[in-house]
Design a protein around this ligand. Structure first.
Ligand code: ZN
Length: 95
């Protein structure tokens, strides 16, 4: 996704805007892999960017298995607050 898309992305749960952006991989001006985090501390939803596509889906449309795989894959680059307290899924049970 292009960085300017950030101007149009809001949290799927609480509509907070803008989302916090963490870039893991970038190529030719496109964010290939990354993370979007809701700035609302009461909400704490996060959204993955996978193969240039931001997946801004509400919890009922997400796969816990896929979300946990994403968190594990990028654990070193994801903020602690998301790993421990992020929603809808996090790694707090894995220590
Ligand atoms: Zn939110």
């Amino acid at each position: 996704m292009k960085r300017r898309l950030m101007d149009f992305l809001a949290c799927a749960m609480c509509k907070s805007y803008p989302l916090e952006l963490y870039v893991f991989e970038e190529k030719d001006g496109e964010i290939v892999s990354g993370l979007l985090v809701c700035p609302n501390q009461e909400c704490r939803m996060w959204y993955p960017i996978i193969e240039e596509i931001p997946h801004c889906l509400p919890p009922e449309l997400r796969s816990e298995k896929e979300d946990l795989e994403f968190l594990r894959k990028w654990k070193e680059k994801i903020p602690e607050k998301v790993l421990r307290e992020g929603r809808p899924f996090n790694l707090s049970k894995e220590g």
